[in-house]
Design a protein around this ligand. Structure first.
Ligand SMILES: Cc1ncc(COP(=O)(O)O)c(C=O)c1O
Length: 374
């Protein structure tokens, strides 16, 4: 009954865990800030809805928001509004990008472990995902020689994600330069997912923006303003790419939601102390969760440099899915590393987008499960 594209992708391993969770389980599986958007943004949304901003808008997004995004990004590189496309989250930005730029038979290099959308989007576009490894011992930076060796005449693009989900790895300037060189040498597109841009705890965020012409830069307001349910993201690319992606987007979404765009605009124009406060809190929780997990025998917990996940490895004799299910039964939701690709096996992903109290309680339960396996 189903088209092959629908059956060639599986239910995401993150969703699987949520669907199996007992009620009352402590959620360390979350991929979203446990904060609410600040009041001035909520009020702007209310004003927008009450004021009649409830209609279709331009497919490319509200012009004022495109300008505001371009302005925000000028800290990294000059960006003009016609290089910006507003999307329904980074999810749709990534999907429109692969569907518009990846053809049947094209190969796309994508990180392993890597975020759950990347490979299925390539498959849905009838392309072939080719995985490059990112390893704990390399601080989750790809090895450039391995990346080059994976390039074939069919390779179309490289997907990069920094700060990274699930690893918390942050690409350094040198690695970014090296990846750009591989892309340049082989005339490849770079698709850079930087949705965790504000969440960097060591050093500063290094971007691909402004480093390469054949770049699709993807970002989102989901995490920045704690509004994952509002579905507003954006991408930046050359104007001719943006035009085609907007054309394709029309057939999927008609336009990004109007009222939430108005509210996001208020967020960009208003005070940014909410973001500073949220990132500071995540920084604190990072110290806490890594400290607690590191004390558990059998776990090796590297310091995530960014995002809000830890990705410890373990040396028990069972798969990450079996271990995650044992932990789930004991009352904590986490995500098996294998949900992010074969390279994630032997790891678990814990999100620290939960209260300090729940993190402490949750890791205590994980510790008991680990003891029972010794
Ligand atoms: C790396 C990465 N990219 C994209 C997304 C999707 O973000 P959005 O809510 O903007 O669709 C997520 C969400 O968890 C993510 O972790």
């Amino acid at each position: 009954m189903f088209a092959s594209r629908a059956t060639h992708v599986e239910l995401s391993g993150i969703r699987k865990m949520f669907e199996a969770a007992p009620s009352g389980a402590i959620n360390l599986g979350l991929g979203e800030p446990d904060f609410q958007p600040p009041l001035h943004i909520l009020e702007a949304l209310e004003r927008a809805v009450r004021g009649g901003m409830n209609k279709y808008g331009p497919t490319g997004g509200l012009p004022e928001l495109r300008s505001a995004v371009a302005e925000r990004l000028s800290r990294y590189a000059p960006v003009t509004p016609d290089q910006v496309l507003i999307t329904t989250g980074a999810t749709q930005a990534l999907c429109a990008t692969t569907l518009s730029l990846v053809d049947r038979g094209d190969e796309v290099l994508t990180p392993d472990p890597g975020f759950v959308l990347f490979a299925p989007h390539i498959t849905l576009a009838s392309g072939t995902p080719v995985f490059y490894k990112v390893r704990k011992n390399d601080a989750f930076q790809p090895r450039l020689d391995e990346l080059s060796e994976l390039v074939t005449p069919k390779t179309k693009a490289i997907i990069v994600n920094s700060p990274g989900n699930p690893t918390g790895g942050v690409l350094d300037r040198k690695t970014i330069k090296g990846i750009v060189e591989v892309a340049e040498d082989n005339d490849l597109l770079i698709i850079s997912d930087e949705v965790y841009e504000p969440f960097v705890y060591e050093g500063r965020h290094e971007t691909f923006l402004g480093t390469y012409d054949k770049l699709v830069y993807v970002n989102s307001f989901s995490k920045l303003f704690a509004m994952t349910g509002w579905r507003i993201g954006y991408l930046v690319a050359a104007p001719e790419i943006v035009k085609t992606l907007a054309k394709i987007s029309y057939y999927f979404i008609a336009c990004p939601p109007t009222p939430t765009q108005v509210a996001v605009l208020a967020g960009l124009r208003g005070p940014q102390d909410f973001v500073t406060h949220m990132v500071k809190e995540f920084h604190h929780r990072r110290e806490m969760i890594v400290g607690l997990l590191s004390r558990i025998e059998g776990f090796d917990c590297p310091w995530p440099k960014g995002a809000f996940y830890t990705f410890p490895s373990f040396d028990f004799e069972l798969t990450s899915e079996d271990l995650a299910f044992k932990i789930l039964k004991a009352g904590v939701i986490c995500t098996p590393g294998s949900a992010f690709g074969a390279g994630g096996e032997g790891h678990l992903r814990f999100s620290y987008a939960n209260s300090r109290e729940n993190i402490a309680k949750g890791v205590e339960i994980v510790s008991k499960v680990a003891q029972s396996l010794q």
